[in-house]
Design a protein around this ligand. Structure first.
Ligand code: NAD
Length: 250
């Protein structure tokens, strides 16, 4: 077990790919805090982990609120006494519809930035005191291959995911002295059941452009989260790992 007793917070951990991260780190022995704005979904995932003999706590959180992210960190410390890993996975993704940039309402732009970027900042701020005190920690930020490929009709989303890479690099430089690793993952289009429906033609085209010519599933990302959470990656920071079956290369 590569994460035995490590305390891992997964934001957006109750749904989609976040659910796969929660289940995956639990199987490696982590004590998982499933933190989600959809509290019922977080509770279901925590219950599932417990049924399988794992350790989990469901915590409601809105990552755009500092008070709520601080409460998430406090609930974690109260239950488990430490925070080893924060997986900054929560985002507005399946909730937003593609549209030409000139038709994106200003409020929608602001909301995407609030969840997808400010959310990372607030969650990092909330866990930082505990990680600093421990003398070690890991922050994993979920970006997207859209930031490398520049997907059209998603300007706010793509911009936010590009920001995640800059956030990762700058924070890694700042937190190195605290022995806190900060890395990012850029997943390719992942069939998590919650993204917008794709036509068979779009799926075929996507498969064809990958080196590994098949669809990508949440499980394809779990190993990288486990690696970045584990001691195997202790000398890696500020990096962006692209996990997309060889579609984008950087
Ligand atoms: N699915 C893909 O193809 C894909 C590709 C690249 C990157 N990603 C990224 O992977 C992550 C997960 O993707 P997904 O497909 O599971 O997305 P999703 O939209 O299905 O899930 C997003 C999760 O974030 C939570 N969330 C939303 N707003 C929140 C808030 N304010 N506070 C707390 N939680 C909130 C939701 O409840 C949900 O659990 C996201 O960061 C997404 O941008 C997804």
């Amino acid at each position: 077990m590569r994460l035995k007793d490590k305390v891992v917070i997964v934001t957006g951990g109750g749904v989609g790919i976040g659910r796969a991260y929660s289940m995956g780190v639990a199987k490696e022995g982590a004590r998982v805090v499933v933190a989600d704005i959809q509290e019922d979904e977080a509770k279901k995932v925590a219950a599932e982990i417990q049924q399988e003999g794992g350790e989990a706590l469901a915590v409601p959180v809105d990552v755009t609120s500092f008070d709520k992210t601080r409460a998430m960190a406090e609930a974690t410390l109260q239950k488990y006494g430490r925070i080893d890993v924060l997986v900054n996975n929560a985002a507005l993704y399946s909730a937003i519809k593609k549209k030409p940039f000139s038709e994106i309402p200003e409020e929608e732009w602001d909301r995407v930035m609030a969840v997808n970027l400010k959310g990372l900042f607030l969650c990092a701020k909330a866990v930082y005191p505990a990680m600093k005190k421990q003398g070690k920690g890991k922050i994993i930020n979920i970006s997207s291959g859209t930031a490398l490929g520049g997907t059209p009709f998603y300007l706010h989303y793509v911009t936010s995911k590009g920001g995640v890479i800059g956030f990762t690099r700058a924070l890694a430089r700042e937190l190195g002295l605290d022995n806190i690793a900060v890395n990012a993952i850029t997943p390719g289009l992942t069939l998590s059941g919650s993204q917008q429906a794709l036509t068979p033609e779009q799926l075929t085209d996507r498969r064809r452009r990958r080196s590994f010519q098949r669809d990508q599933y949440p499980q394809d990302l779990v190993g990288t989260v486990i690696f970045l959470s584990s001691e195997d990656s202790d000398f890696i920071t500020g990096q962006t790992i692209n996990v997309d079956g060889g579609l984008n290369m950087h």
